[in-house]
Design a protein around this ligand. Structure first.
Ligand code: FEO
Length: 164
């Protein structure tokens, strides 16, 4: 049986992952309205990935005999500015998620909840990858700027995610 305090923070993390999916879907729509269909595609896939992150935690809570307590998901903004600003916001958001995952991991250690600790290890590693990927895209966006043809090349590259 899962400890109540761990169950509560896992339920909060599920909500955070679901909010991430909402946020990225809203960002995808924002990019699409600017005709950046590649960035929009990448973000839509990212939204699906966030839903998968939430589902993995849902399965874990239930497998441990815990209680799933779903909460309301906050509405994301609808305006995000330039593409570079979109990715700056994504990086900030992922850094917040990393802080939250690390706190959860620490809490599992304090409670000697080894099963949670092992499950959360996957999320710790995933966050390293998430931040690295977004940081790299941001570097590329800053290098090409948004005025020339470079951004359209990046857009076509982003559109290939999951297709090769
Ligand atoms: Fe599930 Fe991007 O953190």
């Amino acid at each position: 049986m899962i400890h109540k305090s761990i169950q509560d923070v896992l339920n909060t993390q599920i909500n955070l992952e679901q909010y991430s999916a909402q946020l990225y879907l809203a960002m995808s729509a924002h990019c699409e309205t600017k005709s950046f269909r590649g960035f929009a595609h990448w973000l839509r896939m990212q939204a699906q990935e966030e839903t998968a992150h939430a589902m993995k935690l849902v399965a874990f809570v239930l497998d441990r005999g815990g209680r799933l307590e779903l909460k309301s998901i906050d509405a994301p903004p609808t305006e995000f500015g330039s593409i570079t600003q979109v990715f700056e916001k994504i990086l900030e958001h992922e850094q917040r998620i990393t802080t939250s995952i690390n706190a959860l991991f620490e809490r599992s250690r304090q409670e000697k909840d080894y099963a949670s600790e092992i499950t959360l290890q996957w999320y710790v590693t995933e966050q390293v990858e998430e931040e690295a990927n977004v940081g790299q895209i941001l570097d590329q966006l800053r290098a090409v700027g948004e005025k020339g043809g470079g951004i359209w090349y990046l857009d076509s590259k982003m559109g290939k995610r999951g297709k090769s």
